[in-house]
Design a protein around this ligand. Structure first.
Ligand code: C2O
Ligand code: CU
Length: 467
């Protein structure tokens, strides 16, 4: 596989992409027609209409929020030209997708920052299929609205019986009307990064957005009766773990972080920053229903998206508190998720890294891994090919959604119990809990490992993993 990529890159340099696409591959390799899909993303300041008469001067891609959806087929090659029209350096990270290290978009680690006025071309293979998203990996830029969905459709069409009739992508965001750097300064000033155990405040969000819109302007999800509706839910928030539920319906979870799981029906799910869930809704209950999203620990919904049957008239009734049908009934737990297919033989990890998550006010407002705050932190060195267990132990009273670049991992233990080994790339470590994930260090390079709470990351909860 790696030699194929090397050959492609070589050919691309010598022949250019158009010639490459038409080039017959040697007979010993599978006959793949490699299509190159070109996209252009321009990061710039603009003013976004978030609905309800509110506007937001901020930074986005291509003038829209969320940024353009990049949708490709598994096995295609993606080429994205990023143009930086911002006043600051930037980059793009392809969250969840194991790309070659030089395409991973972490300035200072995998590339030079893309300076104002510059362009940078990202190019990589679209595999495996799944729900991903893209965002900068510079400071707090994600919290300004620089994000968009990256959808890789499976190479083989699904069997008719399980094919959705309709599909929506739903990107969740916490809406900051001040600059994120100001929000961070405010939090630090108020000692808001936490009490003794590192509990604490979040940035002063003005509201919550579904696909870039407040409740007052939310674009409806329109369905027809008896359709099978697929929702790809992506939490692009910087500091908000959300609960998601649809009144009058169950959510059948089919994929976690884009990877297939055995379908499981729940009334609501909790989704951390950087996590994705694909769910299917069987549209068998006509009406106008609230799809409710909001901070997992709040009684007040953050944003409500109308779920509207084409045949139904009427308006969405206002939802001011969480409907109890969604909060008291079955909430998805990691232990409910099993791999869709029997996993291959489980390789026993040869190396275990115990990673204590700490910090808060008692640590001088730093968030730490084993007492160290990045960038004043040791690199975690691994040998290529070895199987490694990351054992996260949360010593704080806050959730930490931990994300590893360049690899998927298998979730082995969560909430104090062994779990069935699903594939993920981001996992919530609940307060005072332990989560174990195993992965094979097969993608060489220097990879970021961090809490996807952007403010925790910025204040130190990150490490470099060198393979
Ligand atoms: Cu969304 Cu370092 O990642
Ligand atoms: Cu965190």
């Amino acid at each position: 596989m790696r030699t194929t990529i090397a050959r492609r890159e070589f050919l691309q340099q010598t022949l250019g992409a158009a010639a490459l696409a038409a080039l017959p591959l040697p007979r010993s390799r599978p006959a793949v027609q490699l299509a190159v899909r070109d996209f252009s993303l321009v990061a710039r300041a603009t003013t976004i209409d978030v609905g309800g008469g509110r506007t937001w001067p901020t930074w986005v891609y291509n003038g829209i929020l969320p940024g353009p959806e990049l949708r490709v087929r598994e096995g295609e090659r993606i080429r994205v030209v990023l143009t930086n029209e911002l006043p600051d350096p930037t980059s793009i990270h392809w969250h969840g997708l194991p790309v070659p290290n030089g395409m991973d978009g972490v300035p200072g680690l995998t590339q030079a920052p893309v300076m104002p006025g510059e362009t940078f071309t990202y190019e990589f293979d679209a595999a495996p299929a799944g729900t991903y998203f893209y965002h900068p990996h510079v400071g707090l830029q994600l919290d300004r609205g620089l994000y968009g969905a990256l959808i890789i459709e499976p190479k083989e069409a699904l069997p008719l019986a399980s094919r959705p009739d309709r599909e929506y992508v739903l990107m969740l965001d916490d809406w900051l009307t001040i600059e994120p750097e100001a929000a961070l300064a405010q939090m630090l000033r108020q000692g808001g990064m936490g009490g003794m155990m590192g509990g604490g405040r979040e940035p002063a969000y003005a509201g919550y957005l579904g696909n870039g819109r407040l409740t007052a302007g939310a674009d409806p999800i329109t369905v027809a009766r008896d359709e099978r509706v697929k929702l790809r839910i992506i939490n692009a928030s910087s500091a908000t773990t959300h609960r998601v539920g649809l009144e009058g319906h169950q959510l059948v979870v089919t994929h976690a972080d884009g990877q297939a799981v055995a379908p499981v029906a729940v009334d609501s799910l909790i989704i951390g920053m950087g996590e994705r869930y694909d769910v299917v809704v069987e549209a068998g209950n006509p009406g106008v229903w609230p799809l409710v999203v909001g901070p997992a620990d709040s009684a007040v919904p953050g944003v409500v998206v109308p779920f509207v049957y084409a045949s139904s008239t009427g308006r969405l009734r206002p939802v001011t508190v969480w409907p109890s049908s969604l909060t008291r009934a079955r909430t998805l737990r990691y232990a409910d998720l099993t791999p869709e297919a029997m996993p291959g033989p489980q390789v026993q990890p040869v190396t275990t890294l115990d990673l204590a998550l700490g910090g808060g006010m008692m640590s001088g407002n730093r968030w730490t891994i084993n007492g160290q705050a990045y960038p004043d932190a040791d690199t975690l060195r691994l040998t290529r090919g070895e199987t490694v267990r990351l054992s996260f132990r949360n010593r704080t009273m806050m959730r930490h959604p931990m994300h590893l670049h360049g690899h998927f991992f298998r979730l082995m233990r969560a909430g104090g119990v062994p779990v069935p080994g699903i594939t993920k790339d981001t996992v919530i470590v609940e307060p005072m809990q332990q989560v174990d994930v195993d992965f094979t260090a097969d993608n060489p390079g220097r990879w970021f490992l961090h809490c996807h709470h952007l403010y925790h990351m910025e204040l130190g909860m990150a490490r470099v993993v060198e393979i």
